[in-house]
Each structure stands twice: as C-alpha cells, then as structure tokens.
Design a protein around this ligand. Structure first.
Ligand code: DC
Length: 226
C-alpha cells in the first residue's frame, strides 16, 4: 500500500504536536515531531555553554551531535547522542535555543536526512515549520495549523504552569512573538504557508473541537490521495 504523508506546519503553540499526535494515533500513522529535533540540538548547544547566536560554534559542534527518534508505546521519544531528552527539551530556555539554531542552514541540513527517511519508510504525520514547503514538498496532504497570538500564548502559559514551571503570561506572549518573528524571517526555510496547504485555524476553540476540525479536514482530503 502507498505511504501517505501528511505535513502539518504552523507557528509555535498552535497545538500542532498535541493535535498531530492524536490524529496520527487515530489514523495508525507514525507521528514525527521535528521541533523536538531542533530542541535536542538547542539543548546540546545550551549544555555546552555556547551562545545561541554563535553560528560558527553551533556549526562546529554538529559533528558531535546525533539525533534519533524512537517510539515507546506509540509515543515519540527523542534521543540526543543516545540519551532520552524528551523531558529536558520542553523548557522556555530550550525553546529559545531551538529557534536560534534552527536558523542555521547547516543545522537544518543535519536533520533533513532523518526527516525524509522517516517519511519514506512509513505513513507519517510530520509537524514542523517547513515540512510542506521544503522537507516533503510532495506530501499528500498539507495543513497550515494556526491560531491567534493571544490564544497560542494562553495555551502555552497554561501548559507550562501545569508542568510546575513559574511563568507569567506576558513573557510567554513575548516569547511567542519573538519566535514567530525568528521563524518567519530567517533566510533558510522560513515558516510560511505552502501554496497547496489547507489552513486550519483553531483560534477561540478548545482542544476537542480543534482535533475534530483537523480530523475532518484530513478525512475530507483522503478521497483525493488514495
Ligand atoms: O515546534 P517547536 O516549538 O517544538 O519547535 C522548536 C523550534 O524549532 C521552533 O522555534 C522552530 C524550529 N523548527 C523549525 O525551524 N523547523 C521545523 N521543522 C520544526 C521546528
């Protein structure tokens, strides 16, 4: 049977990971969170004490970095040089580092092979910023998942607080704005909607309704791809 690849791109905090993971489970596809890969490299750079914007130093340490993904009970785990860093990559500090290192072309090239080989092997839902535009330009279905800045900041704020991290809403909003700007204005593979992507906007609706909207959108496209 033909592999079906679904690309989901969009800005930070639009709910891509949660919604893509759920939809992948429902469809029996492999879920690939490419943001986690950039976060793993960001974490390595942070631990090494390298400034996030020191591109030469970031590039110089790439040969020391191997990023892999694996699955435990169907849940993606991310490995940095063999260490499971799935928990440690989910901090605001690592978010900033991930955003900075993702603007470095060599970092993107370092991860491209892994991303493409995963999609070549199985039916995937892959989420990121450049999946429909650069990594899988021939993806069968492309979704651009978005929501207002304020909605995205509020979701991130609640999520971080639930994890016991001390954060205030204004700084989370500021962080979201800064990352949007970085992701959309970098020279290489900036975040943008692919011409053939369908927009799914989850502003003002909750998780369940968003999940339904995404699933209905994908199901609506299926007759055209199989
Ligand atoms: O989706 P996320 O917040 O986990 O992503 C972390 C950072 O990685 C984000 O600032 C953008 C970057 N990223 C990217 O440039 N390309 C991707 N395909 C995925 C993430």
């Amino acid at each position: 049977m033909k592999h079906i690849n679904i690309a989901i791109d969009g800005p930070s905090g639009a709910g891509k990971s949660t919604l893509a993971r759920r939809t992948a489970q429902e469809l029996g596809y492999i879920y690939v969170d490419t943001g986690a890969m950039y976060r793993a490299i960001g974490l390595y750079v942070l631990r090494r004490g390298i400034a996030a914007d020191d591109k030469a130093a970031v590039v110089a340490c790439l040969p020391e970095i191997t990023v892999d993904i694996g699955y435990q009970d169907g849940v993606q785990r991310i490995f940095l040089n063999g260490e499971d860093v799935s928990g440690s990559i989910r901090t605001e500090e690592v978010s900033q580092y991930a955003s900075a290192v993702s603007a470095v072309p060599e970092v993107r090239a370092h991860l491209m092979g892994l991303q493409r080989s995963l999609a070549a092997r199985s039916s995937v839902i892959m989420d990121g910023r450049d999946i429909g535009t650069v990594i899988l330009p021939d993806a069968d279905i492309k979704i651009y998942l978005t929501a207002s800045e304020e909605d995205r900041a509020m979701r991130r704020f609640l999520e971080l607080r639930e994890k016991g991290q001390e954060v205030d809403y204004d700084s989370v909003l500021e962080n979201i704005r800064q990352r949007d700007w970085n992701d959309m204005h970098r020279d290489v593979a900036p975040l943008r909607q692919a011409e053939d992507a369908i927009v799914v906007d989850t502003s003002g609706i909750g998780l369940e309704e968003s999940a339904r909207l995404l699933r209905d959108t994908i199901e609506g496209m299926m007759p055209y791809v199989v």
